[in-house]
Design a protein around this ligand. Structure first.
Ligand code: DQQ
Length: 444
């Protein structure tokens, strides 16, 4: 394989195309299904790809799980959905595309004994048309078991682009579905005009709904009488992460993955032969104030190689940042702690060229209370704690257990390896920096 400066080393990124990961946990293994085009690094002819991991860190590709059936209700694509276990088998509910242009969307069922070989239900589609009164979007089913049958939400939208709608259905057997009502409707000004890829689960004593449009959004609230009432909401990630979904694992953890989108021209994606990256697994928790906490999982520590620690020091005010002496790499983990400060901007630059001209910047703006595009309010005496994973063209940054910003960075040169600490508008006090070189098995 020719050397590829941009292809991540420890993030999963299959050949050709991926989007929309769908996680599932069974038999001690983590599975990721994903939207996949096996015909090239561009969106089209949507299949379901499949990969498995024992440790949440190293992924192995498995055979394609679902492919469009010529002449079938999914002949133009097997779009996103969910995987569930029931009656001794596994089931996929997904959106079949009978026609892409103009867009037709129906809901389909497939089943499997081993998660590898899938049989489509002969009576597909199981839902042939949306209920009346909603806009065009009608896709991405998310189903779960209740004491007396199955429930499912399908991503939709209010008429005239007013906001998303999560349409609630009920079924005794996964094949026959009855529409109930919208579980929740959103406001376009807050969370976009529709709800792609809804994900719905309980967390602590609350319910959480994830929806996607432009970003993935979290909504935390309570459900009663088939209505979800939202208490708080926010963005799962301010950057390049989209279509995030979750699974509960054997430890009871709620784990989230998203699709890290490309931000380079389509021609460059096709030429590279790959497009789309699976995010690192993130653990979700309910914070004491009822908002959503998001942290990278501890299993990522198994990637750690050589470690360096830098102690307290002043970071001078300046446009270019303070180089972290002796640190270089395109696959790094960094943990940075800044003391509470008056500097309006503080953060870190990674993948810096030797002259400092090229870099990717993760900066906290104290006046705007934002980490990139992710809101982050720091309490008066709260440190800024950044955890940053660098993996060639992918940078995932986590701040204070509650804000994330995923970046893409595609340098032309191969010496963008430096790290610099940043303070602008005033000096900042660094408490410590820990740096690990990450040692993926698949260095290529
Ligand atoms: N991607 C799928 C759709 C979904 C969208 C198609 C979100 O099912 O709504 O690839 O990225």
């Amino acid at each position: 394989m020719p050397f590829d400066l941009h292809r991540p080393l420890y993030h999963f990124s299959p050949d050709h195309w991926m989007n929309d990961p769908i996680p599932f946990f069974a038999g001690g293994e983590y599975h990721i299904f994903y939207q996949h085009n096996p015909n090239g690094a561009f969106w089209g002819t949507m299949h379901w790809g499949h990969a498995v991991s024992h440790d949440l860190v190293r992924w192995q590709e498995l055979p394609i799980a679902l492919a469009p059936t010529p002449g079938g209700p999914d002949q133009d694509g097997c779009f996103t959905g969910c995987v569930i276990a029931g009656d001794g088998r596994f089931h996929i509910l997904y959106t079949g595309i009978p026609r892409l242009n103009p867009l037709q969307q129906v809901q389909c069922l497939a089943s499997s004994k081993d998660l590898i070989t899938w049989e489509k239900y002969p009576g597909n589609p199981v839902i042939a048309a949306p209920p009346g009164g909603f806009g065009e979007c009608f896709r991405d089913p998310c189903a779960w078991r209740e004491a007396d049958g199955w429930s499912m939400v399908i991503g939709s939208e209010m008429p005239e682009h007013k906001g998303g709608a999560a349409l609630l259905y009920r079924s005794p057997d996964l094949a026959h579905w009855e529409y109930v009502r919208p579980l929740f409707t959103g406001d376009a000004a807050q969370t976009g005009h529709d709800f792609e890829c809804p994900d719905y689960f309980s967390l602590g004593d609350r319910h959480v709904l994830l929806t996607s449009r432009n970003k993935t959004w979290w909504h935390v609230g309570r459900t009663a009488d088939h209505r979800f009432t939202r208490d708080q909401w926010g963005a799962v990630d301010g950057g390049a992460l989209y279509a995030a979904k979750t699974v509960r694992d054997y430890q009871g953890r709620r784990l989230l993955w998203g699709w890290i989108r490309e931000e380079r021209p389509e021609a460059a994606q096709r030429a590279a032969g790959w497009s789309g990256v699976l995010s690192l697994p993130r653990q979700l928790d309910l914070r004491p104030d009822g908002s959503l906490g998001i942290e990278p999982v501890r299993e990522l520590e198994t990637l750690r190689g050589r470690h360096r620690r830098f102690g307290a020091q002043t970071v001078p005010d300046g446009p270019d940042g303070l180089p972290l002496a002796g640190v270089a790499g395109d696959a790094l983990e960094l943990q940075v702690r800044f003391a509470p400060t008056d500097a309006p901007i503080l953060g870190i630059r990674v993948r810096c060229s030797p002259d400092g001209a090229e870099y990717a910047e993760i900066a906290y703006d104290r006046h705007a209370s934002r980490l990139g595009d992710a809101p982050l309010d720091l309490a008066e005496m709260e440190e800024l704690v950044l955890r940053v994973y660098v993996d060639r063209s992918v940078i995932e940054a986590f701040a204070n257990g509650r804000a994330c910003q995923t970046l893409r960075f595609y340098p032309e040169r191969d010496d963008c390896l430096g790290v610099r600490l940043l303070a602008r508008g005033g000096e900042a006090m660094l408490r410590s920096v820990d740096v690990w070189e990450l040692q993926p098995d698949n260095r290529r």
